[in-house]
Design a protein around this ligand. Structure first.
Ligand code: NAG
Ligand code: NAG
Ligand code: NAG
Ligand code: NAG
Length: 510
């Protein structure tokens, strides 16, 4: 509640200078207050009440890929093991056929050795096999002369387990340091290690940070019997894999299509392939909130908004004018006197509206205002235009703003602020993100209808999840949600519903 008071206090002093700013300031209300009625804490890792609920949650988590790998290489005809060689997210060195230095670890391989053959024989990379079932060892060693088979059982790095580093029982940590491997291209973790649960291995790999050294991960989830503990342990391991280790699922398959129903997990096998930390221009669709219900999606969103906007940052209003109508946007006070002296602010206006002009504001802040407009072209994609005449007396001329012209306009010396005061704001942001433009922005202000009714689509869990994923993508670009403000619609003539303004600000300047 701190920031709000400070903003209000600060703006009181400026009352005479900018009436509208004051109005805006006072009307900024904490999201927390607004959402209080919705608020029971979102806790995705809590134990659920029944084995069915646990199964549903796990199934939702692994049922959909988080991103699309556009260059993939199946290693057998059941496409259980699929390598991702995408330039953007996968093993990009591998797509060069002369590159043979890849390092692959395979733990507890199943008798179908097509994956092992593919990486070591067809592609000639270095393959290290551990925990191999005894009857297959001779067969495995002959795969290629770049294959090594170790009579070592890989176990979880659990400090409570004193047998973890003995002669024939090792953790992946100790194996990697013995073999002097700083990086592994592909880690395949099958389920054939006797007495070892893969989810335990995985959990400790995440906790130890060892997975930072792994680029691609292939795992098998096999439940011998459907027990709450096992299902929960898998969920927790996968949750950590995503949220702590930054791995994203790009391929999954099951031994039987029926296995995607939560009620029939028994004797099902799930194969999952993951890549680590794709670059931010690739959209990562976040896994559903718990079971993906509207209620849980809302809780996750509220939780995120509350956490983000509870930090203590002061904002300063910067006034603009459009055809006699005033408006303000807010900048973090920490920046305003320094960097924002010469900043570019991009606004949207209708093609027949007056251009936005900068008004000399407080604290010597000077901004260059750019007026943009948009058009919805094929399907769902937006074309953006820039108004070339800044004076309101001249007739407007609009020029298309392509990615390269965007990049020319965005200044390295000043700050760049994009105000998305348009209904398809998130769609445009998604488009700009795909071209990496948020990298050059210091602040993004976006108008959002939040949970208000109006359009049926906004009530859908999928819509919230997508928006949440876009917010997380902005975080990956270094922009953090710092303020959530609620504005009465008559102040700014945008839209017809209650709107929130979300302020994302570059982390390094806060
Ligand atoms: C794969 O292609 C789709 C459609 O063009 C695109 O949305 C997606 O981001 C691409 N994935 C990667 C990893 O580049
Ligand atoms: C590919 O699939 C077919 C039919 O499912 C099977 O008969 C064949 O053995 C498989 N080949 C390999 C190499 O696994
Ligand atoms: C891999 O190599 C084997 C023989 O060495 C060959 O039969 C198979 O077609 C190759 N697979 C691919 C995908 O190139
Ligand atoms: C491995 O075998 C290939 C031919 O299959 C050969 O060209 C290569 O020199 C061999 N490498 C080693 C280290 O023996």
């Amino acid at each position: 509640m701190h920031t709000i008071h400070q903003i209000a206090k600060y703006s009181m002093k400026k009352r005479k200078r900018s009436f509208l700013s004051v109005l805006c300031c006072v009307m900024i209300v904490y999201a927390g207050v607004q959402f209080m009625y919705l608020n029971d804490d979102y806790s995705p890792l809590q134990l659920l009440s029944s084995v069915e609920n646990e199964a549903t949650r796990l199934m939702r988590f692994m049922g959909q890929v988080h991103l699309q790998c556009n260059v993939s290489l199946p290693t057998n005809n059941a496409s259980t093991w699929v390598l991702c060689l995408d330039q953007d997210v996968g093993l990009h060195l591998w797509s060069d056929e002369t590159y043979k230095d890849g390092i692959v670890y395979s733990i507890g391989p199943s008798p179908d050795f097509s994956f092992e053959r593919m990486v070591a024989d067809n592609l000639s990379h270095h393959l290290y096999i551990f925990s191999a079932p005894v009857p297959y060892r001779n067969q495995l060693i002959r795969i290629s002369n770049t294959t090594s088979v170790f009579k070592v059982n890989i176990v979880p790095n659990d400090p409570a387990d004193f047998a973890r580093n003995s002669f024939d029982t090792q953790t992946l940590n100790s194996v990697m340091s013995t073999l002097k491997h700083g990086q592994i291209d592909v880690l395949k973790l099958d389920s054939n290690v006797e007495g070892v649960q893969s989810y335990d291995v995985l959990r400790f790999l995440v906790e130890d940070g060892i997975l930072k050294k792994v680029k691609e991960l292939h795992i098998v989830l096999k439940l011998d019997k459907v027990e709450e503990d096992d299902i929960y342990s898998w969920y927790r391991a996968l949750y950590g894999l995503f949220h702590t280790a930054g791995f994203r699922l790009y391929h999954s398959s099951t031994s039987d299509p029926l296995c995607l129903q939560a009620t029939i997990m028994e004797s099902c096998i799930y194969y999952m392939s993951w890549v680590r930390k794709p670059p931010p221009h690739i959209l990562v669709m976040y896994p559903p909130a718990i079971d993906g219900s509207l209620h849980n999606e809302e809780d996750r969103m509220v939780n995120f908004l509350e956490q983000s906007s509870s930090q203590d940052h002061r904002f300063v209003p910067v006034p603009f004018n459009s055809g006699g109508q005033g408006m303000s946007i807010f900048m973090p006070l920490t920046l305003a006197p320094r960097k924002f002296r010469a900043s570019s602010v991009f606004f949207f206006q209708g093609q027949n509206d007056m251009p936005v002009e900068s008004v000399p504001g407080s604290k010597g802040i000077h901004c260059q205002a750019y007026t943009l407009s948009y058009e919805i072209t094929n399907g769902n994609s937006l074309t953006v235009y820039q108004r070339r005449q800044s004076s309101s007396r001249e007739e407007a001329k609009w020029e298309e703003l392509t990615t390269s012209t965007w990049l020319k306009l965005l200044k390295e010396s000043g700050a760049n602020i994009l105000v998305l005061n348009i209904v398809p704001g998130w769609t445009l942001l998604s488009q700009l993100s795909y071209h990496g433009i948020p990298k050059y922005l210091d602040e993004v202000v976006i108008k959002d209808p939040m949970f208000s009714a109006g359009s049926a689509v906004k009530q859908q869990p999928m819509y919230l999840r997508r928006k949440y994923s876009e917010m997380k993508r902005l975080e990956e670009f270094g922009l953090r949600l710092t303020q959530v403000g609620k504005f009465p619609e008559n102040t700014l003539k945008f839209g017809t519903q209650e709107m929130y303004w979300l302020y994302f600000v570059r982390k390094t300047v806060l």
